[in-house]
Write a protein that binds this ligand. Sequence first.
Ligand code: ZN
Length: 416
Amino acid sequence: MRKINTRDFRLATRSTPHEVNRQIVLNLIREYQPISRAELARRMEVRRNMLTPLVRALVDAEIVYEEGTAPSVRGRRPTLLFLRTRGRLAVAADVRPGRSSVALADFAGRVVAREAVDTPASPVALVEALGASITRLLRNRALGAEPSEGCEGVGLVVPGMVDRRTGRVLYAPRLGWRDIDLRNRLSELVGLPVHIESAPIACALARLWLSGVESAAAHSFAYVSVSDGIGVGLVVKGEVLRGEAHTAGEFGHVTLNPAGPECVCGKRGCWESFACNAATVARYVEESGHGPRTPNGDGRLRRRRTPGMAIEEVVRRAKGGEPAAMVAIAETGRHIGRGLAAVVCAFNPGRIYVGGEVTAAWDLLEAPMRRALAEETLTDAARVTPIVPDRRPAEYRLLGAVALVAGPTFAAPRLG
Ligand SMILES: [Zn+2]
């Protein structure tokens, strides 16, 4: 699934499908809405009459609608074209260790209903729990005779590597699951198509499909998801990089220090063992004197359970000025920056998005993160790679799930 670059595209000729031009029109409307036909024609460098059938097809398919007027110097007031996102619904499911979220959202990512479910230990029980939750949400919002009417599919985001072809979860370290099927079982249960993806890749797709006008740099970027674990979604020229065996972007399990804390994957000192939510909480507990102290230093920080403390609470205390929480978050920023340096060295993206609960304390995170990135990268350009926080820290993974359903509407058609 490739995104059309609206700053660099070639119009299809008579010998290539109408579908290509239609998708270019659709993507221009998506990025520049509200937009008049005249402006569209200008951006495509074509005559208005060539646009007419393309726009008509999109309006007839109810993907685009016309409304309102724009000021015009010559007195004639053109109607404007908008992308239809309201009323087009997707189920978004975010599977996480402990608690999972299920939401009903429109194609712009506006959540209209949501609930949380406990994540059971077994995949079969999880499918049942998700299925029951999805059915409840759809029934409460039923738009037609069937609860699923008006809903175009389920986006399922999981903390693990996914084989796109089979839809199987290859390995989810934090859940301890290997080679399991969630997609087909859930699809059978709810009677809707289910699109499954690893969390960071889904979040990268949300940046591609659900955001507005972006610079050209936004076509090659890394999305770093910092939550229970750390994962990276890599996008090169508008297309997600998956690797030959679906493990591209697993920077979270790159070793930063072999003498570091034990990781859920069985190794020591992986990036995520320093910077995931549990590591931040453990640092706060230690700093605040609520837990046993260990000598300061990465190699000695032991992973330990901190029941009852959520990352949101540490963020809240840090933003409220509590020194121990501020130190813990700043230290997480430093560790995130060290890993970002590895991402930049390996991949050199145009920009890096960072999503996760901890980004709600961006003011505390940013400076140590940038410092670590600058210290561990090799050129001036690499040192100043733009780092952008995701704007909705509490919902960024649900948006990723919505993008799995909404994105294919806008993708470039596969040719040849
Ligand atoms: Zn690991």
